[in-house]
Design a binder for this molecule. Structure first.
Ligand SMILES: [Zn+2]
Length: 330
């Protein structure tokens, strides 16, 4: 086993709905009448985002096909259990999985409670030595009253969620409109992470500032485009904000033109707390070992940088420190 594979790793930015095994989707599809192609190339083309897509619609179409297979409690429990076991099998010792209750629900007759219960069953039935935390997602494309319902569900279940996140299309959907929901979640003891600064436009940098100044963010999802803004870098450092960086994701969604342009090394050198994460591992046809290996081989991180990223994730995690220590076997 090479060094990266053997290293006890962390992932604090991983979307549960984007964790799945091809074979499992085939079997669920057969059971529920939503056939999934067995041919790997066809599956990759129609369901995954293994290379940058021509347009956003194409990307969403693939994810929608996957989403439909988060069909019922049986499917949700199995997919969750396997997500946890797959991470643990690659020596990930701390994983924070995030999901969007209304994204899985998708206007179907399945309640948030049933979805959440099935996910908790999946986590508790996983046979793995790993610390797991669940983050509830608010989608910024939701109208505020809908977002409020999701936020209410998450805060009412603050004993089984560790945090709350704001995700989805950053452009035209400023985070500050949801500020009050996040401040309330923070009061309930939930950790706050906000997807922001993912794209290279001023609006996305404003989202980072708002997340810190108005939304009580502890961490920023992505945030890579603060790299050319010294004031914003200083704000992140002064507020002890940790960035959840997901290099392959940034390439595949068009956030950076080529992978070598990923600024993780520059952010480390600027003194920003960074972490290495997968975002949507199965959807992007990557895994934990490949993403950490990429950080070392292509993005120029030293072993010490990688160790520091792992320490940063453990410190910034919303999972309680006892569970993390236990997972490290200390
Ligand atoms: Zn994300």
């Amino acid at each position: 086993m090479n060094k990266i594979n053997a290293l006890p790793k962390t992932d604090i930015h991983c979307h549960l709905e984007a964790c799945f095994r091809h074979q499992t989707l085939i079997e669920i599809g057969e059971r529920v009448g939503l056939p999934v192609p067995e041919d790997v190339d066809t599956f990759k083309r129609d369901y995954l985002v293994a290379e940058p897509k021509e347009n956003l619609e194409e990307m969403i179409a693939g994810f929608d096909r996957v989403r439909a297979l988060w069909f019922d409690p049986e499917a949700i429990t199995r997919l969750t259990k396997e997500a946890v076991e797959d991470a643990a099998a690659q020596n990930v010792r701390l994983v924070e999985l995030r999901y969007s209750p209304d994204f899985i629900q998708n206007d179907r007759d399945i309640s948030f409670e049933v979805i959440h219960g099935a996910i908790l069953d999946g986590i508790s039935s996983a046979n793995a030595d790993i610390a797991v935390g669940l983050i509830g997602i608010i989608r910024r494309t939701l109208p505020l009253p809908e977002a409020q319902k999701v936020a209410d569900f998450i805060t009412a279940n603050a004993d089984t969620f560790v945090g709350m996140d704001l995700a989805d299309q950053e452009l035209d959907y400023p985070g500050r409109e949801f500020a009050q929901l996040f401040r309330k979640a923070k009061e309930q003891g939930l950790g706050i992470t906000i997807h922001a600064g993912e794209i290279s436009v001023e609006e996305s940098r404003v989202n980072v500032r708002d997340a810190i100044e108005q939304m009580a963010a502890d961490r920023i999802g992505h945030g890579l485009h603060i790299v050319n803004d010294p004031d914003l870098i200083q704000l992140v450092i002064d507020n002890n904000i940790t960035l959840e960086l997901c290099p392959t994701s940034n390439l595949l969604t068009g956030s950076i033109p080529v992978i070598e342009d990923h600024p993780i090394k520059r952010l480390i050198e600027a003194g920003v707390k960074t972490t290495i994460n997968t975002d949507d591992p199965s959807l992007f046809a990557i895994d934990w070992n490949s993403e950490y290996a990429l950080a070392e081989t292509t993005l120029g991180l030293t072993s010490a940088d990688i160790d520091q990223c792992i320490e940063n994730a453990k410190t910034a995690s919303f999972v309680n420190s006892e569970s993390i220590t236990k997972a490290w076997g200390a």
